[in-house]
Unconditional design. Structure first.
Length: 134
């Protein structure tokens, strides 16, 4: 197998995982990179989703809980949080579970970051017709 073939196969495998988890939101991120850094898009798909997200050690919903916590703790990641709140819903987390995870994050990363993340979740829930959250 050539390096090009292996590279294409890694991308195809990662793209299938990305599409299953993130749907159109993930595809939009990769498409937005095409004119500025197609290699970054390739690495996000091939490595991030083809290698890391595809690992069997955690269920997709558990990976999304970790991702929500990490993006909240980092702060300044609201565009990525929007994608991953959608992904969390796609893999079976409920709005209530997402809100609870973000509330829990406030204990470790502070109220400002948890508030920012919660407002991102509120935006996604509104777009998907999931407000009010009980």
């Amino acid at each position: 197998m050539t390096d090009t073939t292996e590279r294409q196969q890694r991308y195809a495998s990662g793209r299938a995982v990305l599409d299953d988890i993130d749907g159109a939101a993930g595809a939009n991120v990769i498409d937005a990179l095409a004119d500025i850094s197609p290699e970054l898009g390739h690495q996000v798909v091939a490595w991030g989703f083809g290698e890391i997200y595809a690992r069997p050690g955690l269920a997709p919903r558990d990976r999304q809980l970790v991702t929500l916590g990490m993006l909240t703790a980092l702060g300044g990641c609201e565009p990525q949080l929007e994608v991953h709140v959608n992904a969390s819903l796609n893999v079976g987390l409920t709005p209530e579970q997402i809100v609870e995870a973000l509330l829990h994050a406030s204990l470790y990363c502070g109220f400002p970051r948890a508030l920012n993340a919660t407002f991102v979740a509120k935006k996604v829930f509104a777009e998907r017709g999931l407000l009010p959250v009980g």
